[in-house]
Design a protein. Structure first.
Length: 458
């Protein structure tokens, strides 16, 4: 049913965007200005990256076309100037989980689109940013709970990107961060003109994380599974590999895709002190365990129960930075062996590790150098532009995570990222949107995971 549309989109998508695409692998990472106390601008390892996205939820706390920084403008110059000195491009991120409330309104008509594009250009020029990263969560689908939303959001987004590209010119880097479930069109299915987004965007980052998490998943599971091989119903049809297939099938070129990778962990308390095997199509996994509602311990980025920016009550959101798993004695300093009662497992089905302490029933799903390597290898083998880490505060001083990805994308010989382990099974199940068009929008929406890492804090 979708195929003729997909083919049309593929041809329409060939036209090139700006000059931002260099053809060299992209090693990108988000630096969250709201967490500047965890990683000062002077401590950012610019040398490890080709691009930094300065992640700041701006612009939509009120329905105005002016971009604002909530009084923390003093953090812009230290990052932009250091990035430039290091030869690293730096984008301003616009939107995010808490900053997308009025996105739909802002781009709803031609007048608004022109005004917003002008305002973005003015802001980029004023501070010397190399580009803008549009992080609308989400066009055509509800995010935090009180976003304005229209069936024609995706069409309006595409129309806005055209105006924005015309406004900023070809040399400004334009990118977007998107859900693993893709962007939804007015019919509630995958946006039919997904491929056309490539006309104006240099890159799209697939936010291939928050697939399973304490606040919204019935079982434990990987933060960012590369494959859904052994997943429960909840995470079945949602993975990094499937998202890449979804975008490329829709005509969006692989060479403009960045695979998003989490530098953080989600903890759980399992129901049993023994890990149960889950067997799916002859593959066995220990990553999907029944859990209890007990709130597990988390690190500095954890949030307690509270109220989000929509005024709705939120559950506790415990999390750990990858580097905290080392600094709190759960992993050895090289990040590969469990410590302090924790055993480290690598789940071949999903391509991700987890830690388990059978005495305390603490289960921690995360990403590590091995999974970063596996995912970056996937990116290289599938012709992607590169990777994008969320976020810089999670990696160690030695850049264990990003270096593992660099070795797969920029190295001369590519080391085996996970020796002795065959990751996934090579079979990518077709995601719902491209195999059988779902009968109702709700079935697709169920597969758009809730992406709220850190967002509810800010
Ligand atoms: C354009 O959209 C804005 C924001 O939703 C609205 O305030 C304005 O009235 C609209 N203008 C037209 C001409 O529809
Ligand atoms: C997990 O929970 C489900 C639903 O309560 C139950 O049917 C299943 O037996 C449990 N699995 C294990 C391994 O305990
Ligand atoms: C990591 O450190 C542990 C403990 O010090 C050691 O046993 C292991 O061999 C190291 N792994 C690598 C890959 O260096």
């Amino acid at each position: 049913m979708l195929s003729s549309v997909v083919v049309a989109a593929a041809f329409a998508g060939i036209a090139s965007a700006g000059k931002g695409f260099t053809g060299k692998p992209v090693i990108a990472g988000y630096w969250p200005s709201y967490a500047a106390d965890l990683l000062q601008p002077k401590d950012i390892q610019f040398g490890e990256f080709t691009h930094i996205v300065r992640h700041w939820f701006v612009a939509e706390s009120t329905p105005t076309y002016e971009l604002g920084f909530g009084g923390a403008e003093n953090l812009i110059a230290p990052v932009v100037s250091r990035a430039k000195k290091a030869g690293v491009s730096v984008s301003l991120s616009i939107g995010g989980w808490t900053g997308s409330i009025y996105f739909s309104d802002l781009v709803a008509n031609a007048t608004g689109r022109a005004a917003y594009a002008k305002s973005i250009k003015k802001t980029l020029d004023k501070y010397g940013f190399s580009g803008a990263d549009l992080d609308w969560e989400f066009p055509g689908s509800q995010g935090i709970g009180c976003n304005t939303i229209r069936p024609e959001d995706a069409d309006n987004f595409l129309a806005f990107l055209k105006v924005l590209r015309d406004t900023v010119g070809p040399d400004t880097r334009l990118s977007a961060a998107v859900s693993v479930g893709g962007i939804l069109g007015a019919d509630g299915n995958l946006y039919q003109r997904t491929g056309d987004l490539a006309k104006y965007l240099d890159y799209v980052t697939i936010m291939a994380y928050d697939i399973y998490g304490y606040g919204w998943s019935a079982t434990t599971g990987p933060v960012g599974q590369l494959y859904d091989t052994c997943a429960t119903d909840e995470g079945s049809g949602v993975s990094g590999a499937l998202a890449v297939k979804l975008w490329t099938d829709a005509g969006f070129p692989a060479k403009k895709l960045l695979l998003g990778m989490p530098a953080y962990a989600y903890p759980y308390k399992t129901a049993s002190s023994k890990l149960a095997q889950r067997k799916v199509n002859g593959k066995t996994s220990l990553a999907y365990q029944n859990r209890t509602d007990e709130v597990p311990k988390g690190g500095v980025t954890s949030a307690g129960e509270g109220t989000d920016s929509c005024g709705n009550p939120t559950a506790a959101a415990p999390s750990w930075l990858f580097k905290e798993l080392i600094s709190t004695g759960k992993l050895t300093s090289n990040g590969t062996v469990g410590k302090g009662g924790f055993t480290r497992y690598f789940d071949a089905c999903s391509g991700t590790p987890f830690l388990f302490n059978s005495k305390t029933r603490d289960f921690i799903a995360y990403d590590d150098p091995a999974s970063f390597g596996v995912k970056a290898q996937f990116a290289r083998k599938n012709g992607l532009a590169g990777i994008n880490m969320f976020d810089l505060t999670g990696d160690t001083k030695e850049s264990l995570l990003v270096n593992a990805a660099r070795a797969q994308l920029l190295g001369e010989s590519f080391p085996d990222p996970a020796p002795g382990i065959t990751v996934g099974d090579g079979t990518i199940n077709a995601p719902l949107a491209t195999s059988t068009p779902p009968s109702s929008s709700s079935s697709r929406r169920a597969h758009v995971p809730r992406l709220f890492a850190f967002g509810r804090l800010f």
